[in-house]
Design a protein around this ligand. Structure first.
Ligand SMILES: [Zn+2]
Length: 146
């Protein structure tokens, strides 16, 4: 049985919305998609050294995903971080420093992901939401008849 270790940070699966125990999942991004997004952006902005991916209209960052190993599949060319390696603030800082050396990082939403960790209220979404998030695979959401 997998144990859920308490750390500074909790990984929540994007698919089933439940916590991910050590050894149970990953934080990952599709590096090939980030490469393609960066190349499209570079073709658009040219050689402007002051251009910034995130502030260029029409760009869309490639999302980092958090998932159980059993929820979904990895992309073909993933950059993967096991959740147990990013449970602490120093761990998050370590990975941020490591990833800063990756040319494709600006084409991902790593910055937003870390801001949401530091300022959790930003992770909240406005609108009409279920008070109790449910597993989208097992339970209905809203008023759909059972
Ligand atoms: Zn899951």
């Amino acid at each position: 049985m997998e144990r859920l270790r308490v750390g500074d940070l909790t990984a929540i699966c994007d698919r089933c919305l439940t916590p991910i125990p050590d050894g149970g999942g990953v934080l990952e991004v599709d590096t090939a998609a980030a490469d393609r997004a960066l190349r499209r952006w570079r073709a658009k902005v040219g050689t402007d050294p002051l251009a910034v991916f995130a502030s260029t209209p029409g760009t869309r960052a490639v999302p980092w995903n958090t998932r159980h190993h059993s929820c979904g599949r990895p992309p073909r060319f993933p950059c993967t971080i096991a959740v147990e390696r990013i449970r602490t603030w120093p761990g998050l800082l370590h990975w941020g420093s490591h990833l800063a050396g990756k040319y494709w990082l600006p084409a991902t939403d790593w910055h937003d992901l870390t801001v949401r960790a530091v300022e959790p209220l930003r992770a909240a979404v406005s609108g009409i939401l279920p008070a109790q998030p449910r597993d989208p695979h097992d339970g209905p959401i809203g008023d759909r008849p059972q």
